[in-house]
Design a binder for this molecule. Structure first.
Ligand code: FEO
Length: 403
C-alpha cells in the first residue's frame, strides 16, 4: 500500500511522526473547536527512538509517517513521557509490532501504563529517574520528571545535541493544522489556543509549572526547540510561549472581571447586566458570559487573566440551574487563584442558589467582596441598584488589590 502520510523534520535528528485529529470537539469536557494533534517524534540516532505514540485510532497514520523514513521494526527504544491515552493508546500495538529493545517511562509512568492496560504484561518497561541520561549511541537524552504537569507520571525528555525539549502536554495547544511550526501560524491564534489550553488543562498545576520553569532555568539547558505533544513545534521565538507560561502560572490578576450566569426567565440576566455595567464604569474590562449559550471552556479562558469572578443563578428545585452547577464544578477543579467575587440570582419561592453559589466561591478561596443580591421573581429598580452596588463593591476591592 502506498504511504499517504509522511514525516516532517523538526531538528537535525528529529522528525514529527504524529497524527492530526481535525474533528475532535470534546477533550474530557474542554471544547476544542479547532481540533488537535497527537504529536509523536522519531529520533534518528544510533539507537532509533520513538518519543510518545498517538491515540489508538491514529496508529496507522503514525506508522505510515515512520515508514516514510524507516521500517518501524528498526526502532530500538520507545519513550513514554506521559501515559494519558492520547499519547499511549497505540502503545500496546506499536510495541507488539516493532518489538523495541527497550521501553522507558518514569517509575509512575511505567506503573500507570500497566494499570491502564496499555502495555503487554509479558514485557518489561524500564523506569527512568529524574535527571538520568540515556545514551542513544551518538546522542544523549536526559529525563526530567514533571510530576503533576499534569499527571503524576509526566516527564520531559531533552535531546542534548539538538537542544530540543520534548515537553509532552506542557506548552501545547489543541490546534489541528497542516503547519507543524508555531512560526507558520498567526500569532493571535497561537495566543488564544495556548491560553485556552492553559486555562482548561494546566491552570490547577500553576505552582508546579513555576517550579518546573525555575528548574529548567537553573539547569542552564540551552533550548532551541520545544516539541509538545499537541499543536505546533516551537523553533523560533521560544520566549513567546515561555513568557505566556510564566505569566499565567503566576496568576497575577488584571483589572478584568468575568460575570458568569445562567437564566430561566431573564431576571438573573438583568441582574448580571447591571453588575457588569457597574464594573465597566469603575474601569474594569468586563466579560459577561451566559451559560445558556456558552461553553465552560470559554469561562476557563476568560478567567485566566481576570481578577474578579461574579456568578449568578436562579433557583430551580432548591438548587442551582444545571448550567451553573456544571461550570462551577469545572471552575472549582481548575483552582483559579487571586480572585475577588460575589454571588447573585433570582428565585420564585425558596432561593437557595445564591447561598450555594457563595459557598462554592468561598470553597474556591475567592474573596467575597460584596453581600449577595437575591431577587424574588423580576428585579425592580431597587434590586437593580443593589446589583449595581454589588458590581461597584467588587470593582473597588479588585482595584484596591491591584494598587
Ligand atoms: Fe495530552 Fe494529558 O494528555
Amino acid at each position: 500500500m502506498k504511504n499517504i502520510f509522511s514525516a516532517v523534520r523538526v531538528s537535525e535528528h528529529v522528525y514529527w511522526v504524529g497524527a492530526i485529529d481535525w474533528n475532535i470537539r470534546d477533550f474530557h469536557g474542554y471544547t476544542t473547536p479547532r481540533g488537535s494533534t497527537y504529536n509523536a517524534f522519531l529520533i534518528l540516532a544510533d539507537k532509533i527512538t520513538l518519543i510518545d505514540v498517538v491515540k489508538a485510532p491514529y496508529r496507522e497514520e503514525m506508522l505510515q509517517r515512520i515508514r516514510s523514513l524507516i521500517d518501524p521494526s528498526r526502532i530500538d527504544y520507545v519513550v513514554s513521557n506521559h501515559s494519558e491515552l492520547d499519547h499511549s493508546g497505540a502503545l500496546r500495538d506499536v510495541v507488539t509490532l516493532v518489538k523495541p529493545e527497550k521501553v522507558f517511562a518514569s517509575a509512575i509512568g511505567a506503573k500507570t501504563l500497566r494499570e491502564l492496560g496499555l502495555y503487554p504484561e509479558s514485557l518489561e518497561i524500564t523506569p527512568v529517574k529524574d535527571g538520568e541520561t540515556l545514551s542513544l549511541g551518538n546522542l544523549d537524552l536526559i529525563f526530567l520528571e514533571t510530576r503533576m504537569i499534569h499527571w503524576p507520571d509526566s516527564m520531559f525528555s531533552y535531546l542534548k545535541q539538538d537542544e530540543l525539549l520534548f515537553s509532552q502536554d506542557a506548552f501545547g495547544m489543541h490546534l489541528a493544522t497542516q503547519e507543524r511550526f508555531a512560526d507558520e501560524i498567526p500569532a493571535d491564534i497561537l495566543a488564544y489556543e495556548a491560553a485556552t489550553y492553559y486555562g482548561n488543562i494546566v491552570l490547577p498545576y500553576s505552582p508546579i509549572v513555576l517550579k518546573a520553569l525555575d528548574r529548567v532555568l537553573a539547569l542552564g539547558l540551552s533550548i532551541k526547540t520545544i516539541a509538545p505533544d499537541h499543536g505546533p513545534v516551537w523553533r523560533k521565538d521560544l520566549g513567546v510561549i515561555l513568557g505566556y507560561y510564566q505569566k499565567w502560572a503566576l496568576q497575577k490578576p488584571e483589572p478584568k472581571a468575568v460575570v458568569v450566569y445562567a437564566t430561566m426567565w431573564h431576571s438573573t440576566e438583568k441582574m448580571a447586566r447591571a453588575i457588569a455595567e457597574a464594573m465597566a464604569q469603575a474601569g474594569l474590562r468586563v466579560k459577561l458570559i451566559s451559560m445558556n449559550e456558552s461553553h465552560r471552556s470559554e469561562v476557563a479562558y476568560e478567567i485566566l487573566e481576570a481578577g474578579a469572578l461574579v456568578v449568578g443563578s436562579p433557583t430551580l428545585n432548591n438548587n442551582l440551574l444545571p448550567q451553573m452547577a456544571d461550570v462551577m464544578t469545572y471552575l472549582k477543579g481548575l483552582k483559579p487563584a487571586n480572585l475577588v467575587g460575589a454571588a447573585f440570582g433570582s428565585y420564585g419561592w425558596s432561593g437557595e442558589s445564591v447561598r450555594d453559589l457563595e459557598a462554592i466561591l468561598k470553597d474556591m478561596k475567592v474573596e467575597i467582596a460584596s453581600e449577595t443580591v437575591s431577587c424574588k421573581h423580576v428585579p425592580d429598580e431597587t434590586v437593580l441598584e443593589k446589583c449595581h452596588d454589588l458590581g461597584c463593591a467588587v470593582a473597588a476591592r479588585l482595584l484596591e488589590r491591584l494598587k
